[in-house]
Design a protein around this ligand. Structure first.
Ligand SMILES: [Mg+2]
Length: 268
């Protein structure tokens, strides 16, 4: 039997959108481990945020952070460190996204050219970020540590079309996750997933997501699953072969993984 490699978004998919709880997904995480199926976590979160989530989940595999701007592998594979990856503690990391300097320069240009009020998360005072997100100060500090993306708040959503268009003219993309807008380079969750698949080789691939930012990831794999954002509500997205799972967040994660491992493919 050919194995699967499974990619999963975190916020709103493996983790509950409101509580960040992964409880309902735990039996599925166990089943993945038991079957030897690699799980690659994929998120817009910063590297320190990803490390905190991985510790909580007991996850030890590869992960993709900052919306595909960076890929991290556990160091020490017998095959050696792949080209382009740098050793950092117990990880091998490769950056695909633009530098922070480039991104902050682009944010400045966006403010000037569109007149939009843009508050960039990485340079926001800690207390303000905590107040706007409901994060603890500790979590807000982890969230601010960006390497290759610039998450931001937009005071007026009416400015979004102009911000998006102008960012495009400058060679950047604007993605919308669960909480922030993100200014990104050309790398996205899909390009990073393809890079990981190139390293792992062989297996068929599946991915789980819940939102617009997951579209490139869902398009990059053989078996895309979309979980609900709330009971009965899926993000209206179009992806070839998309399986719509009839439950939100970590409950949906569990159904999708069971569907995959049992070979039932019942959400076509
Ligand atoms: Mg999500």
């Amino acid at each position: 039997m050919i194995g699967w490699t499974v990619f999963s978004d975190l916020h709103g998919t493996l983790l509950d959108r409101e509580t960040q709880d992964s409880g309902p997904a735990l039996p599925a995480l166990k089943a993945l481990r038991r079957s030897g199926t690699p799980l690659v976590l994929v998120s817009s979160k910063s590297l320190p945020d990803m490390l905190a989530v991985r510790r909580r989940l007991g996850h030890r595999g590869a992960f993709i952070f900052e919306n595909g701007g960076g890929v991290a592998l556990r160091a020490g594979s017998p095959a050696g460190r792949p080209a382009g990856f740098k050793a950092e503690g117990r990880l091998w990391i490769r950056m695909f996204g633009p530098s922070r300097e480039n991104l902050l320069g682009a944010i400045e240009s966006l403010r000037r050219r569109t007149g939009a009020r843009i508050a960039e998360v990485g340079r926001m005072p800690l207390k303000e970020l905590a107040a706007r997100t409901g994060f603890s100060l500790e979590r807000a500090e982890r969230c601010r540590q960006r390497r290759c993306s610039a998450p931001f708040f937009l005071d007026s959503p009416r400015d979004l079309p102009a911000v998006r268009r102008t960012a495009g003219e400058m060679g950047f993309k604007v993605a919308h996750g669960g909480r922030f807008y993100h200014l990104l380079g050309s790398a996205d969750k899909g390009t990073a997933a393809k890079a990981v698949l190139g390293l792992l080789g062989g297996a068929r691939s599946a991915a789980l997501g819940d939102a617009q930012t997951d579209i490139p990831l869902l398009r990059a794999v053989d078996r895309p699953y979309l979980v609900q954002q709330a009971p009965g509500v899926w993000e209206p997205i179009r992806v070839k072969g998309l399986r719509r799972v009839p439950a939100p967040g970590p409950q949906g994660f569990r159904l999708a993984v069971e569907d995959l491992l049992e070979g039932s493919d019942s959400y076509r």
